[in-house]
Design a protein around this ligand. Structure first.
Ligand code: MG
Length: 344
């Protein structure tokens, strides 16, 4: 057996998929394609999962990453080592197949209730104390320069910091507010414009001194090539869920490192099972910025996640080295959450 997770939001505001749509895709279309079948390799698995099925990347990622876990366990190696092997097969340059035994974690701070600036400052201060290696905050029109300035004051002029707009801005309408972000020493601005856009991002990249990062727009390696061609972004957020699995994430990684893109690992609000797949990927040398992976305790409370991800006081998370996902899955918590779902 292998474990994987499909982690869309409950509502379709980040991607077109939802938890309901992913469940339907998995049970009706995707699971029947893999149960009882064998595959030549991961590339073959991805071919089969993608044949005649458009989109639905989150649903796909659930099954795809489960097969990676299964393969790694069967071979007695960690998911991290299996990724290294796959990167070699894809022809990723040797220096980018090197990895660290841990990766650095960054915190993502949402928009506080009532846009409470004092609360945001307190969150930022707490994040520093907990050892996070960078702070990112969510911004939107009307909530951008003021919170950005406030957090900058708290964390100091040089602490790694960026903002994520989740596609909330329109280029011409909001250009002055976007241009104003140039004043805060941000590492980059994440996905400022439409969730499917490349051309306006390219135009914005020409006009701002702050680099542009794409998240939502970067749907797969094909889009990655187009983004490079038009100069849409010099920074990429690679998310396993959004791109449909680890294989596509590895292809994007190769494309990025070979073209001088700064890469970092993003996550969804997911359990440790989903997080473990990104944990296995985020410590390779090409990942230049701290990952979005946060310890389980932040979202679940201690001991409540399906698979416990722990951060040390230096804000680092160790890459598991045991076979497969490399950390035990809590059967008790697994049963608990299953019961919650079936009660509904
Ligand atoms: Mg984002």
């Amino acid at each position: 057996s292998g474990f994987g997770e499909s982690a869309p939001f409950e509502a379709p505001f980040y991607s077109a998929e939802t938890t309901d749509s992913a469940l339907a895709m998995l049970t009706r279309w995707l699971a029947p394609r893999v149960v009882g079948r064998s595959f030549r390799d991961i590339a073959h698995l991805n071919e089969v999962l993608g044949e005649g099925i458009r989109g639905n990347h989150f649903a796909r990622a659930g099954i795809e990453t489960a097969v990676w876990d299964l393969l790694a366990r069967r071979n007695g190696i960690s998911l991290h080592e299996l990724i290294r092997h796959q990167l070699g097969q894809l022809g990723v340059p040797a220096e980018y197949r090197e990895s660290r035994p841990y990766f650095e974690s960054g915190v993502a701070l949402g928009i506080p209730p009532g846009q409470d600036l004092a609360l945001l400052r307190a969150w930022a201060e707490q994040s520093l104390k907990e050892g996070y290696h960078r702070v990112k905050i969510k911004v939107k029109p009307g909530w951008d320069t003021v919170p950005t300035r406030a957090v900058r004051e708290v964390i100091g002029a040089h602490f790694p910091f960026w903002v994520d707009a989740n596609a909330a801005y329109r280029l011409e309408e909001h250009y002055p507010a976007l241009k104003a972000l140039d004043g805060y020493g941000l590492l980059f601005v994440e996905q400022p414009l439409h969730h499917d856009d490349l051309l306006d991002h390219a135009e914005l990249a020409r006009r701002l001194t702050t680099p542009i990062c794409i998240d939502e727009s970067l749907k797969d390696a094909r889009v990655g090539r187009q983004a490079l061609a038009v100069g849409a972004a010099s920074v990429w957020n690679i998310k396993i869920q959004r791109v449909g699995g680890l294989y596509e994430a590895c292809r994007l990684y190769k494309l990025g490192v070979e073209n001088g893109v700064r890469i970092w690992g993003g996550t969804m609000p997911e359990s440790g099972i989903g997080g473990a797949a990104m944990m296995a990927l985020a410590s390779f040398e090409g990942f230049a910025e701290p990952a979005d992976i946060e310890p389980s305790a932040r979202w679940y409370g201690p001991g409540r996640d399906l698979l416990e991800m722990e951060m040390d006081r230096q804000g680092r998370i160790r890459v598991p080295t045991d076979p497969g996902l490399g950390l035990p899955i809590s059967e008790e918590n697994f049963r608990h959450y299953c019961e919650l779902v079936y009660e509904q």
